[in-house]
Design a protein around this ligand. Structure first.
Ligand SMILES: [Zn+2]
Length: 432
C-alpha cells in the first residue's frame, strides 16, 4: 500500500492498517479494508483492556466514514470477540469507531458539530443519514464528553429552571451556570426525583461551594435546594417574575375582550355586503377585534414596538384606562430589574403599594406573590444575576426541543442541548 499516511489522513483514522482499497462503481462506494494495528488489537470494546480472543464474532463489518469528495466511503474489517476479565465476551474495540457504533469517530464528530450549527435538513442531506441516527450519534458523543470532563466542577452561582415542551406535556429540568453562562445539566422530568438527581451528582462537597441559587417553579425545588445547599443565597428569577406580570396583564386584556364581545352580541346583526352609510356603528365588535390584536402591543417591551403596535397602545391608553393601568403596572415591575440596588428597593416598595390599591384582581394577586418573594427579588438585583441568561437558555432549549422531535429517546434531546449550550462544544475532526 503506497501513500499510507495520506490514506490514513483521508479516511480520518489512526492506529489502523489499510490492507487495500476497493472502489465499487455500481454502488459509487469506496471500501477500505482495514485492521487495527497490533497494539490496538484484542482489546475489550468497553474498557479497552487487552483481552484474550474468543471467536470471530459475526464476521466482517462495515463502518461509514466521511465521504471522499462526492463518493461515499466505508471501512470494512473483521469484528472478532474477546473475553474481558470484567465485561465477559464482547466485540473487540476498534481504533476508528466507538463501541457499538456504525460510524467512525470522524463521522460522529462531524455530525455532532454540524447539528449544533445548522438545520435538521442540512445535517441529514449533507451526511446522508436519518434524523434518528443523528440522535444516536449526539447521544454517544455526549456520553464520551461526559465521561472525560467534570462539567460540574467549580460551580458557584446556578439557576434551576423547568422548561415545558410538546405543548406542555413534557418537561426538561435544566441547570445553568450564571458565571460561565453555560448549560451544565439537563434531564427529562419535573419531579423532586429529577432535582435530587442533580444534587446527588453534584455531591456534598460541591454543594457546599454553591453561593447563589436562582430558582422558580415548584415548591419542591425550594425544599430540595434548602436542604442541599443550606449556605446558598436564594434569588428569584427576574425573567419569571416579569413573566408573571405578563400573565396578569393578559388576564385583564382577556376580560376586556370578553366584555366587548358581550356588547357585540347585543348589537343588531348586519346583512351581507357593504353596510349602508347611515348604519349604526357596531362599537362592541370593533372593540373586540382591536383588543384581540392588542396582545403583542401590551406584551412587548415598549422600545421594541412597531409603529402599528405603538398606535394600538395609544388607543388603549385613550379608551380603556383599566387595561392601560394594568400595562403600566407590568412595565413598572419590569423596569425595577434595570435599576441599581438602592433605587430598586425603593421602587419595589412603591410598586407594591400601587398594585395593592389598583383594584385589578390579577395584579392584587401578583402583588401578594411579589411580597412573598421580595427578599429573593432584591437579592437577584443586589447580586446582579442576569435574567438574560435564563431567558435566552429557555428560548434556545425550546428551539432544540422542536429540532429534537423525531429523536428516539429523551437522552438524545438532553445530549443535543448540552452539546449546543454547554462548555464542551463539538469540534470538527482534524482541527484544533
Ligand atoms: Zn472490559
Amino acid at each position: 500500500m503506497r501513500d499510507v499516511s495520506l490514506w490514513l489522513g483521508v479516511l480520518g483514522v489512526e492506529k489502523t492498517v489499510i490492507e487495500r482499497l476497493v472502489f465499487d462503481e455500481d454502488a459509487d462506494l469506496l471500501v477500505a479494508h482495514v485492521r487495527p494495528t497490533s497494539r490496538a488489537r484484542s482489546r475489550c470494546g468497553i474498557c479497552a483492556r487487552r483481552s484474550p480472543g474468543y471467536d470471530a464474532g459475526e464476521g466482517r463489518r462495515r463502518w461509514r466514514t466521511l465521504d471522499l469528495g462526492t463518493v461515499r466511503a466505508v471501512l470494512e474489517s473483521d469484528a472478532p470477540r474477546v473475553r474481558c476479565r470484567q465485561h465477559g465476551v464482547v466485540v473487540a474495540s476498534v481504533p476508528w469507531a466507538r463501541h457499538d457504533a456504525g460510524h467512525t469517530y470522524a463521522f460522529d464528530e462531524t455530525v455532532a458539530w454540524l447539528v449544533t450549527q445548522s438545520s435538521k435538513s442540512t445535517v441529514t442531506e449533507l451526511m446522508r443519514i436519518a434524523w434518528r441516527t443523528v440522535g444516536s450519534i449526539v447521544t454517544r458523543v455526549w456520553a464520551d464528553v461526559d465521561a472525560r470532563c467534570d462539567r460540574l466542577a467549580g460551580l458557584r452561582r446556578i439557576g434551576i429552571d423547568e422548561i415545558s415542551y410538546k405543548k406542555g406535556h413534557k418537561y426538561l429540568m435544566v441547570v445553568v451556570d450564571h458565571d460561565t453562562r453555560r448549560l451544565v445539566w439537563a434531564a427529562p422530568g419535573r419531579t423532586s426525583a429529577t432535582v435530587r438527581e442533580f444534587f446527588d451528582l453534584l455531591g456534598e462537597d460541591r454543594c457546599a461551594q454553591i453561593t447563589h441559587v436562582s430558582a422558580d417553579g415548584a415548591d419542591f425545588i425550594d425544599t430540595i435546594v434548602a436542604a442541599s445547599c443550606p449556605g446558598a443565597v436564594r434569588v428569584a428569577d427576574p425573567f419569571h417574575v416579569v413573566k408573571w406580570a405578563g400573565e396578569a396583564l393578559d388576564e385583564v386584556r382577556r376580560g376586556a375582550w370578553n366584555d366587548a364581545r358581550a356588547l357585540a352580541r347585543s348589537e343588531p346583526k348586519r346583512a351581507r355586503g357593504r353596510p349602508p352609510a347611515d348604519a349604526a356603528p357596531r362599537l362592541g365588535s370593533e372593540r373586540a377585534k382591536a383588543l384581540k390584536g392588542a396582545r403583542y402591543s401590551l406584551w412587548k417591551n415598549p422600545e421594541n414596538l412597531s409603529e402599528n403596535q405603538r398606535v394600538k397602545l395609544a388607543w388603549i391608553a385613550a379608551t380603556d384606562l383599566r387595561l392601560y393601568r394594568a400595562y403600566l403596572l407590568k412595565e413598572g415591575l419590569r423596569l425595577i430589574f434595570t435599576l441599581p440596588y438602592a433605587a430598586a428597593v425603593e421602587a419595589l416598595e412603591r410598586w407594591i403599594s400601587w398594585a395593592r390599591r389598583c383594584r385589578i384582581p390579577s395584579f392584587v394577586k401578583l402583588q401578594k406573590s411579589i411580597v412573598k418573594h421580595r427578599a429573593r427579588i432584591l437579592a437577584a438585583i443586589e447580586h446582579n444575576l442576569s435574567n438574560g441568561l435564563i431567558e435566552s437558555t429557555n428560548t434556545k432549549i425550546r428551539l432544540i426541543t422542536r429540532m429534537a422531535f423525531g429523536f428516539k429517546s429523551p437522552e438524545a434531546l438532553t445530549a443535543l442541548a448540552l452539546l449546543s449550550l454547554g462548555g464542551h462544544r463539538p469540534v470538527l475532526p482534524g482541527r484544533t
